[in-house]
Design a protein around this ligand. Structure first.
Ligand code: HEC
Ligand code: HEC
Length: 358
């Protein structure tokens, strides 16, 4: 029956229809709408984790621009984490992922790491595939996305397509509605603050690692669960003497070059209003803390990037700079376009549709 098929299409495309009028920093990335819709359902599904306790959205929450509000991220049952959960806003535009940039091919790889890593979702992908095959809604959604049945590759591609739809919208910086304070702050950001040297382009990042001297977060060593995940990670990355490590080496884990020690990828400055606390280990609670950190010329690290120097900002300049940073945040992601609702897919409707000959 043709009418039912149309209804499915409307449901699938409905998510992106409203987004057309939004002002975004970059043009939207083209994705397969049915595959993205499938990825959206998976993103909110706790059955993707081994003991069904966590979904992607547990640590990447839409109302917090897909972060979790913790300094150090949540982790799988009985585990701890040693990094801050990054925002997924505009994540499809990055050139490398993870705070150390250790994944650089595509978001499909990142999805695999998130699902299978023992201290994240601890899921065997073969079991994930079986769980999805047992769910008629998944079977229907895979079919609607042109795949004969639930598969690991298909599932990861679907998550990738959903993530590519997560884009900043309607930030005052893009809509031309910046306050006078924010406009003055932009002058400092590009001028005496020297921020644009690393925070460049539409996302305000060069996607490269730098050492800014952010202090270590002692919780990684005082909490045995976090420490054991950290040791597992450092060992896996081939870091020498990993048992005695008392610092996060950042991008060094993939280069093994001395000069890359304690360098972390420049984060995007989009959506900061929603993503506190800040830095790879959540050391700073507020943007005022971050601005004070830069005003002092960054942290104490002999290998620190030499472009970081004390700035001598007066209080009004700090306030302007913060106003500018805040003007880079747009609409909340806690909307139908990004959040899976139980009734997004009408189960009966899809089952009927599948029985119709083409
Ligand atoms: C238990 C918490 C947790 C869960 C569950 C989780 N993540 Fe993450 N995610 C993190 C943390 C922490 C990082 C940063 C890790 C690092 O730098 O080593 C991260 C990083 C990422 C990144 C890289 C972002 C960037 O800018 O570098 C993507 C993409 C991502 N996660 C997607 C997902 C998807 C998709 C899922 C579900 C399949 C998921 N995450 C589940 C905590 C989580
Ligand atoms: C030398 C390159 C460089 C310069 C210059 C620089 N930053 Fe950064 N910025 C970084 C890196 C790298 C990080 C991440 C550090 C970490 O995670 O440990 C960062 C992190 C941040 C964060 C935290 C974002 C988050 O999501 O956690 C903010 C906010 C920020 N910078 C603002 C600024 C401002 C404002 C200036 C100018 C006063 C500035 N930066 C100058 C490289 C730079």
């Amino acid at each position: 029956m043709k009418r039912t098929l149309q209804a499915v299409c409307v449901l699938v495309l409905g998510a992106s229809a409203g987004a057309a009028q939004d002002v975004t920093p970059d043009p939207a990335i083209e994705v397969d709408a049915a595959r993205a819709e499938l990825g959206k359902r998976m993103f909110y599904d706790t059955r993707l984790s081994g003991d069904t306790s966590l979904s992607c959205a547990s640590c990447h929450q839409p109302d917090k621009a897909f972060t979790d509000g913790e300094a150090l991220s949540q982790a799988y049952t009985g585990a701890g984490h040693f990094r801050n959960a990054p925002t997924l806003a505009n994540v499809g535009f990055r050139e490398a992922w993870m705070h150390d940039g250790r994944l650089g091919t595509n978001l499909n790889d990142v999805a695999r790491e998130m699902i299978t890593e023992t201290y994240l979702m601890n899921m065997d992908m073969r079991i994930m595939q079986e769980r999805m095959k047992q769910d008629p809604v998944y079977r229907a959604m895979f079919a609607a996305a042109g795949m004969s049945e639930p598969s690991n590759g298909g599932a990861r591609n679907a998550l990738m397509d959903f993530m590519k739809t997560i884009q900043s919208r309607n930030a005052p910086f893009d809509t031309g509605e910046m306050s006078a304070a924010a406009t003055r702050g932009q002058g400092i950001f590009e001028g005496k603050g020297g921020c644009a040297a690393c925070h460049s382009g539409a996302r305000f990042t060069d996607d490269k690692p730098h050492n800014t001297g952010v202090p270590t977060n002692p919780d990684i060593w005082s909490d045995p669960l976090r420490h054991s995940a950290f040791v597992t990670y450092a060992k896996f990355m081939g870091v020498e003497n990993y048992m005695n490590l008392r610092e996060d080496l950042g991008a060094y884990v993939r280069t093994h070059r001395e000069e890359t020690k304690r360098t972390f990828l420049t984060p995007s400055l989009r959506e900061l209003k929603y993503t506190a606390p800040y830095m790879h280990n959540g050391t700073f609670a507020t943007l005022a803390d971050v601005v004070d950190f830069y005003d002092e010329g960054g942290g104490n690290d002999t290998a620190k990037d030499t472009r970081l120097q004390p700035l001598g900002l007066v209080p009004s300049e700090k306030a302007d700079l913060i106003a500018f940073l805040e003007s880079l945040s747009g609409d909340s992601f806690d909307t139908d376009a990004y959040v899976w609702r139980e009734d997004d897919y009408d189960y009966e409707l899809i089952e009927n549709w599948r029985e119709q000959p083409n």
